[in-house]
Design a protein. Structure first.
Length: 284
């Protein structure tokens, strides 16, 4: 039986269940907070879409992009301003928030402003970071490293459990192949589930083409394909980075998903999730 996690609304009035057998939930927002107004607009629009479609929603955005190809790349608007927008989204929209942390000392600073702490893929083996995040008591979502086999994620999970926190989710985001591309192996979902954790698919980062120059490239046209294939594997959630105008995004512009296409896209994904989870799994 897969571990169940309950994500509570910021106002504390309700919660929803996250597991690989529960209805799919949605984590989405801009790659990085570019300005307060845009981040709030996207969060508000995605909440409205999610309510119309009947899917539970968590806002995601980075307050700082520590992993950039070039030192000249945009990294964020600053810690204080970013925490203010997280607080505003949680208070005014009553939407749970997640963001990624990169250093152990950030865990305690960020935790009061979010509901879920995310561990970046490149840092999923960093013991100090995992332990500090776990000790906050927040739900922890850990991205699988592009360089790791899926079964190796049992070790980051164990680090959190040994730190007295079993509220852990794992995010699949592809595996490096050939140095400049990513591949999503459908077998990895069952291997991640074996850790007794809810599994989420990152549909936009999996469309990246790393090592494409001073900025990371990507292929937005395969996002739908990757998401449908992954949701067919009976998973807990879908993670996507969403922008009002991806071509002008300050981060990951080639693989962020356009906000005006989310509702049509998500309606098909939800229908697929319901069909898959209502069907009896075939076992040899």
């Amino acid at each position: 039986m897969n571990n169940k996690i309950f994500i509570q609304s910021p106002n504390g009035n309700n919660s929803f269940e996250v597991s690989n057998e529960s209805p799919l939930f949605f984590i989405a927002g801009p790659c990085v907070i570019e300005n307060k107004e845009m981040a709030f607009r996207i969060a508000k629009t995605l909440k409205e879409i999610s309510q119309r479609l009947g899917i539970n929603y968590v806002f995601k955005s980075s307050f700082h992009k520590a992993n950039r190809s070039s030192i000249e790349s945009f990294t964020g608007i600053g810690f204080e301003e970013s925490m203010e927008i997280f607080d505003k989204i949680r208070k005014e929209l009553n939407v749970p928030v997640t963001t990624d942390i990169h250093e152990a000392h950030q865990a305690e600073l960020v935790a009061p402003h979010v509901d879920i702490l995310q561990i970046p893929a490149f840092l999923c083996r960093q013991t100090d970071l995992l332990v500090a995040a776990a000790k906050t008591g927040k739900i922890i979502s850990i991205k699988k490293g592009q360089f790791l086999a899926a079964e190796a994620m049992e070790f980051p999970v164990k680090k959190c459990i040994d730190s007295k926190n079993s509220n852990i989710m794992l995010i699949e985001r592809g595996t490096t192949i050939g140095g400049k591309d990513l591949m999503v192996d459908m077998r990895s979902f069952e291997e991640l589930k074996a850790t007794n954790s809810p599994v989420i698919f990152d549909g936009t980062h999996s469309a990246q083409k790393p090592g494409s120059g001073s900025t990371t490239g990507g292929n937005r046209s395969i996002i739908d394909l990757l998401c449908r294939a992954s949701v067919s594997q009976r998973i807990a959630g879908l993670f996507m980075e969403i922008h009002e105008n991806p071509e002008k995004a300050l981060c990951d512009k080639e693989c962020q998903f356009p906000l005006n296409r989310v509702e049509d896209f998500l309606s098909g994904i939800i229908a697929l999730d319901k069909h898959v989870k209502n069907a009896k799994p075939f076992v040899l």
